[in-house]
Design a protein around this ligand. Structure first.
Ligand code: SF4
Length: 525
């Protein structure tokens, strides 16, 4: 796969001087015109949120955008000095060259390996790409171009500082990882065991449009010829559809390896790189939850999250972090973050009381939320023992209709359930309780339900998920198949809320699903 490279002769002076010129123009807010001229016509550049060839961008507009980015990023964009050339090579046809430099970033004092791809254009050497690599590599010009294109899908996303080029983007990805405090559930573990479950599961994955340029640039003829010419479908929102529900991703090979990851040595697509993690911003830092669709997370295999924080931080750089618009006890009942965190902690602890039946723990959590809302006395010990109440027939009928509608959703896993599934709830049929508890704790901790939803809605969703689990377990002999566990985990991740309470749902329904009464009815059902 590596291209035979030979040392440069007369170009040995050109390569370092072009790199120095590039760095000077990049660092200068008024250097946009010079930077534009230094780039080859084919060089990929990020412009107005899109990935384009330099030749497609107006010189004046490019210079203006460069100036704006420089001014916005003063004090935050990387500044390189002490540049030393490490190696330079020209490819056999003499029109393409790759140079490697060691450069120190001024603020961090970090030594970086920088690669520069040059191409001969009209008798002059021009810059085709430039980026920081984790180690010196024997890249050909086109391999370096591919690595550069891999920076773009996330380079175009919102980042703490807008990069001027792929050089900035790759440096920040490798060396400017967020130092934010991370919190996670202590029991969470993860190590990829290449089950491929995440690439096959029944959900959509969307990518930014720049991903298509990267897919086009991959030399598929030497990897999997059938994928040559692959064009991802453009959705109505302008995003690209990597895979639809019920589809296995076309880039997953027979050995359950991702061909994109294999080819590039890392995963450039944000949704894939981030899985199974999800991030929620809080005033204390970032809460890291995990998808239990992944068998490794569900079965607690692999290192704990506290032992893989560097990995989590690198992924954090590639993913959107959901931000709250407030913290709520119940719909429209805003509370301070400290109170929210305290109540969430008690609910999580209650779920861990393994000596008490799970439905009773959920009931105590429900009563706690109700008492807090009404400003009434709290007595968790009594609630953990209180016998269930009686549900009026009309509510039971409404809940039955609700549950049967959920089982009618067009989901691959539900199709495997027995026809005429009994909707009766038998608490004593609960099995594999630790896995169910992990799913429910993750549901609460993920805070998906808190933005813009709230603790009571979140807790009600966990009760509903418990009810669905027991109904499924009552209908299947032995352990639930993986497909059903994945479905329950996905419903706990965001599926129940997104499907039951889309933004467009009537206010009355939002209030009902966010009321403590709803949680109680579901438990007494
Ligand atoms: S691109 Fe790779 S990691 Fe992402 S879904 Fe496809 S096979 Fe899986």
């Amino acid at each position: 796969m590596f291209v035979e490279l030979v040392p440069l002769l007369q170009e040995t002076v050109v390569v370092p001087s072009l790199f120095q010129e590039f760095l000077a123009a990049q660092a200068d807010p008024d250097g946009g015109h010079r930077l534009y001229d230094l780039y080859a016509e084919e060089a990929p550049v990020a412009f107005e949120g899109r990935l384009l060839r330099k030749g497609e961008v107006d010189r004046e507009a490019f210079a203006q955008a460069h100036r704006d980015i420089c001014l916005q990023g003063i004090g935050r964009l990387p500044v390189f000095e002490s540049v030393e050339i490490v190696s330079d090579n020209v490819e056999e046809d003499g029109g393409l060259a790759v140079g490697w430099f060691s450069a120190r970033e001024l603020g961090d004092g970090q030594l970086a390996n920088v690669a520069l791809g040059l191409r001969l254009e009209g008798g002059d050497w021009r810059i085709g790409w430039c980026l920081v690599a984790s180690a010196l590599q024997y890249w050909s010009y086109s391999q370096g171009l591919l690595q550069t294109l891999a920076e773009y899908p996330w380079l175009l996303a919102d980042q703490p500082v807008l990069p001027r080029s792929s050089l900035d983007a790759s440096y920040c990805r490798l060396f400017r990882q967020s130092a934010v405090d991370l919190s996670f559930l202590p029991e969470t573990r993860f190590g990829c065991h290449m089950s491929g479950a995440c690439c096959k599961f029944d959900y959509n994955i969307a990518l930014p449009p720049a991903a298509q340029v990267l897919i086009d640039a991959i030399p598929w003829e030497g990897i999997k010829p059938a994928l040559k010419g692959t064009k991802l479908e453009v959705r109505s929102d302008g995003q690209l559809q990597l895979k639809a529900n019920r589809e296995t991703c076309r880039f997953l090979d027979e050995r359950r390896q991702c061909l994109i990851h294999q080819t590039l040595g890392r995963q450039p697509f944000g949704p894939c790189a981030v899985f199974p993690f999800a991030f929620a911003q809080t005033p204390d830092g970032v809460a890291v939850s995990t998808s239990l669709v992944c068998g490794s997370v569900r079965n607690r295999l692999g290192p704990s999250l506290s032992d893989r924080q560097d990995d989590v931080r690198e992924r954090l750089f590639l993913a959107p972090v959901r931000s709250p618009d407030g913290f709520r006890l119940a719909p429209a009942l805003e509370i301070p973050w400290e109170s929210f965190r305290r109540v969430e902690t008690i609910l999580l602890q209650l779920l861990d009381y393994s000596h008490v039946p799970l439905h009773q723990r959920l009931y105590a959590g429900n009563r706690l939320l109700d008492a807090l809302r009404r400003n009434e006395p709290i007595d968790l010990s009594a609630w953990l023992e209180e016998p269930p109440g009686l549900l009026a027939d009309e509510y039971r009928a409404t809940l039955r209709t609700y549950l049967s509608k959920i089982f009618d959703w067009d989901r691959r896993a539900f199709a495997g359930l027995p026809r005429g599934l009994s909707l009766d709830l038998h608490h004593d049929r609960l099995r594999d309780e630790p896995v169910v508890v992990d799913i429910l704790r993750n549901l609460l901790f993920s805070k998906v339900y808190s933005y813009p939803y709230d603790l009571t809605t979140a807790h009600n969703m966990s009760i509903l998920l418990y009810v669905l689990t027991v109904i499924m377990q009552s209908s299947v002999e032995g352990p639930l198949p993986d497909e059903l566990w994945q479905e329950l985990a996905a419903l706990g991740g965001h599926g129940l809320l997104a499907s039951l309470l889309p933004d467009s749902a009537p206010q009355g329904l939002k209030e009902l699903l966010g009321s403590s009464e709803f949680g109680q009815w579901a438990l007494w059902y």
